[in-house]
Design a protein around this ligand. Structure first.
Ligand code: ZN
Ligand code: MN
Ligand code: MN
Length: 285
């Protein structure tokens, strides 16, 4: 089976330009921002840009697209104005995805800023309920990303993701993304076949593999359990080739798209190299 592979791709030159670049690099899956990721709000997408994006995508070999939300959004922010702004911005992100017919919006659950994990989890679910209510009947699904647990970030335990989903009213709108660097830094060991198998088995029993719709394929600059989020090229970090060999040959997750968020220059040729490395790990029997 051909796995869907690609990388986070630049939207320099317009959202539709990402499809050109991803195609040139032979991706079959990609992730994009639909706006400047360091700003709360951007100007609306232009009609032409939306049309071009959809047209180009249809004509391409890219079978999976996910959008990553803006880094400022925190669905459990302690400050009332930031929380309000985060919810508004998330609604805008969902709107953009809906217009572009992007099926998933990936986001980090949030950072509780000292309020505690329990309160944070409740607040995230409340935010999602509000946001979903304001985007009734949207097709785009909200995709919770597992985190490294840096600072007061929620989502570094599979149980956090499960608790959030349990508190969300419209469960059919939820999906999950595993970032390999994040969960490794959070303490989930992917390096030996045995430890890797336990991670996926635990994920399945706690969250459910049916909800897993994407992998972020990143090696980790930091050690197991460090709770520090630093991405590294495949095979050059602490997860190493052994860990990615386990992932690339796991039939249970063969159909889950795999997307790189590893260091890169503007031309993204590093992504091509990292994909080559991933493919070289596939045992073809
Ligand atoms: Zn992320
Ligand atoms: Mn990620
Ligand atoms: Mn990260």
């Amino acid at each position: 089976m051909n796995q869907l592979l690609g990388a986070h791709t630049s939207i320099q030159g317009g959202v539709d330009a990402s499809v050109d670049l991803a195609s040139k690099l032979n991706f079959t899956a990609m992730q994009i921002f639909t706006k400047n990721n360091n700003r709360w709000f951007s100007s609306p997408l232009k009609e032409k840009e939306i049309e071009n994006f959809k047209k180009k995508l249809k004509a391409s070999k890219i079978k999976f697209v996910v959008s990553h939300d803006c880094y400022l959004i925190n669905l459990c922010a302690v400050k009332e104005d930031i929380l309000e702004k985060s919810r508004e911005a998330m609604i805008d992100e969902l709107n953009r995805c809906e217009l572009l017919e992007i099926p998933y919006l990936n986001f980090h659950p949030g950072s509780h800023g000292g309020a505690g994990e329990e309160d944070g989890i409740k607040m995230i679910a409340e935010s999602l309920n509000i946001v979903h209510q304001k985007t009734k009947n949207f097709k785009v699904k909200s995709m919770l990303e597992a985190t490294a647990g840096q600072g007061t970030a929620i989502g570094y335990k599979f149980e956090h993701l499960r608790k959030i989903i349990d508190l969300v009213d419209e469960k059919e709108r939820m999906s999950v993304c595993i970032d390999t660097a994040h969960i490794f830094a959070a303490g989930y060991d992917l390096r030996t076949p045995e430890s890797y198998d336990k991670v996926i088995t635990d994920f399945d029993s706690i969250v459910g593999l049916d909800l897993l719709k994407c992998f972020h394929m990143n090696d980790s600059k930091k050690e197991l359990g460090s709770r520090v989020d630093r991405h590294e090229n495949i095979g050059q970090g602490f997860i190493g080739l052994a860990g990615f060999t386990n992932i690339m040959n796991d039939k249970r997750i063969e159909g889950v798209p795999k997307i790189l968020e590893t260091p890169k220059e503007k031309d993204q040729l590093e992504d091509v190299e990292n994909i080559k490395v991933l493919l070289s790990l596939c045992e073809t029997i």
